[in-house]
Design a protein around this ligand. Structure first.
Ligand SMILES: Cc1ncc(COP(=O)(O)O)c(C=O)c1O
Length: 293
């Protein structure tokens, strides 16, 4: 991640990020008791705003919190944060923790006011060499908790899995459990075989991905067949193409898995098609309102 942009919003105020402060008794800090979102912004407009806020609302509901702001308030604040940081392309980080405690108590305290923190960071264009060559990934055992469908800031197992990828000179760790594909340490994984895009079904073990959901919608529009079913490790290794989906980068082709080439060893036709469909969809949304009227 590039260094964040200078203006953030914390608990009701725009302020310089360098001066923003929270209590060390914040439950996000003490317990990882917080959820978050990351949204890309193209041409000053947050992308898939409703989808991201809906996922945030779902995460909050699953951890027994009410949304601290309405969708209209989120839209207004995020739009202003983008403008105050100079507009253009960037990404936004949205973080809601259960708030600052009076001590260190596991038990929930319903009287706490949540901590709401928004910041922005640059979104440099994807290096054409990366897009053209694809990226490498490793496989790793999924060592996360049982509610990976909640976008929690408690990401230690994801962080350690990403470190394994970095150690191997790879971009992503693709997590496996019980001989089946789950997802990447910070991405959804899609597998292409004979022209069909396959994804594992959603459940408590993976995060519903906004990029994956859009990819499947664009596949449906373009007549690309989709299959939602468990994917074995053997199917992953035999794939013609492996695609990563994540909000800050859209679709990336994995061209090496555990050191072996995936398919031809180059980004395949479905990766290239989906990347083009994503670019066209961004253009289609430009200038449209964030919230339906
Ligand atoms: C574990 C995990 N899965 C999937 C995703 C992809 O989600 P999205 O496409 O909404 O970025 C992410 C993104 O951060 C993630 O951390």
């Amino acid at each position: 991640m590039a260094a964040p942009l200078p203006v953030c919003w914390l608990n009701g105020e725009f302020q310089p990020l360098a001066e923003a402060r929270i209590s060390p008794l914040d439950r996000g800090f003490l317990f990882g008791d917080a959820v978050y979102e990351v949204l890309p912004v193209y041409g000053g407009r947050p992308f898939l705003f409703v989808e991201h806020i809906a996922r945030l609302e779902r995460s909050l509901g699953e951890i027994r919190m009410r949304p601290p702001l309405s969708r209209a308030d989120w839209a207004g604040l995020l739009t202003e944060l983008v403008a105050r940081n100079g507009g253009g392309d960037m990404y936004l980080y949205v973080h809601v923790s259960r708030g600052a405690e009076e001590g260190r108590n596991h038990a929930l305290n319903p009287a706490l006011a949540p901590t709401v923190f928004l910041m922005a960071a640059p979104l440099p264009p994807l290096d054409p060499a990366v897009r053209d060559a694809g990226v490498s990934a490793i496989t790793a055992p999924d060592q996360r908790w049982g509610r990976c469908d909640i976008k929690s800031t408690a990401l230690l197992a994801n962080v350690l899995a990403k470190s394994l990828a970095m150690d191997a000179g790879a971009t992503e760790a693709i997590l496996l459990a019980g001989g089946r594909l789950r997802e990447g340490s910070s991405s959804s994984v899609m597998v292409v075989r004979e022209g069909t895009v396959a994804v594992p079904p959603y459940g408590p073990e993976i995060l519903p991905g906004t990029t994956r959901d859009l990819a499947l919608r664009l596949c449906a529009r373009a007549g690309i067949p989709v299959r939602v079913a468990p994917i074995s490790e053997a199917e992953l290794r035999a794939a013609d193409e492996i695609l990563l989906g994540f909000a800050t980068r859209g679709i990336l082709a994995v061209t090496r898995l555990d050191g072996a080439p995936v398919g031809s060893g180059r980004p395949g036709p479905v990766a290239l098609r989906l990347q083009a469909l994503f670019a066209a969809y961004r253009t289609e949304l430009a200038g449209t309102p964030l919230l339906p009227a």
